[in-house]
Design a protein around this ligand. Structure first.
Ligand code: SAM
Length: 230
């Protein structure tokens, strides 16, 4: 049974997708997609041999070798130019996902959609999308096994109109679509984050040499959190 998190990623792929799943581990996502859609094709990329072997095995078990190509290599290096149309990178930290996208930029010319599921720091990827002309088209937030996950999908296009100049940083941090929706899971995540930040500000204030810059930054973020949690 595929995790809810990866099911949400799969939902954002089109029919007859031709996608790369970078950091595929057991290749659960491409197997799920290709079993449900006989016209879908995928490249499952892995940098580590253990997960690469697991992916080969999983693809073999489902006899999906004609639809899924498992490749060993770093990030988008596994792709040849103008190959896949969508890229998925899930289950890693936001900065690592951003670095994989940044260092593989030359492989993205044929890619019209990127779907990511960062475990932490989605902000760094929203910023990368913004700087690289990918428009955020969907955001989801969900809870599974006590963890809260964000899934973002972006398509090639002008990212400007999604953001308002005066709230740009706040939207990058919290997610423009998630902020509009303010779902119960969104509220839960940021309520917990707010309490954490309040505790940290208190700790910094009580220290011998309080870092005023840090306090100011956190206080700005606390104001944003109060606004969205109202
Ligand atoms: N994508 C799957 C998921 O969401 O369940 C697996 C996530 S797993 C936590 C992260 C996987 O990414 C690991 O199997 C790791 O070997 C792989 N990985 C990490 N850095 C990578 C890179 N630069 N290129 C390809 N794979 C990478």
């Amino acid at each position: 049974q595929l995790s809810l998190r990866l099911k949400k990623v799969a939902e954002y792929l089109p029919q007859a997708a031709y996608f790369a799943d970078i950091g595929s581990d057991h290749a659960y996502l491409p197997c799920y997609v290709c079993l449900h859609d006989r016209h879908a094709r995928a490249v499952a990329g892995e940098v580590n041999n253990g997960p690469y072997q697991s992916a080969l095995k999983e693809v073999d078990t489902h006899q999906l070798n004609d639809q899924i190509d498992v490749r060993l290599g770093d990030g988008l290096d596994v792709l040849i130019n103008n190959e896949v149309e969508q890229v998925v990178i899930a289950g890693m930290g936001g900065p690592l996902i951003r670095d994989i996208l940044e260092s593989g930029k030359d492989k993205l010319s044929s890619v019209s959609k990127i779907i990511v599921q960062p475990n932490i720091d989605a902000r760094s990827i929203r910023r990368w999308f913004y700087d690289n002309q990918y428009q955020l088209v969907h955001e989801a937030i969900l809870e599974e096994n006590g963890h809260i996950y964000e899934v973002l999908a972006a398509e090639k296009g002008d990212p400007e109109h999604i953001y308002q100049q005066e709230s740009f940083e706040k939207q990058l941090w919290l997610g423009p679509w998630l902020m509009k929706e303010r779902s119960p899971v969104f509220r839960k995540k940021w309520k917990e984050e707010k309490s954490k930040k309040e505790r940290i500000v208190h700790q910094i204030r009580c220290s011998k040499q309080p870092d005023e810059k840090k306090i100011q930054l956190f206080q700005k973020e606390l104001v944003w959190l109060k606004e969205v949690l109202e």
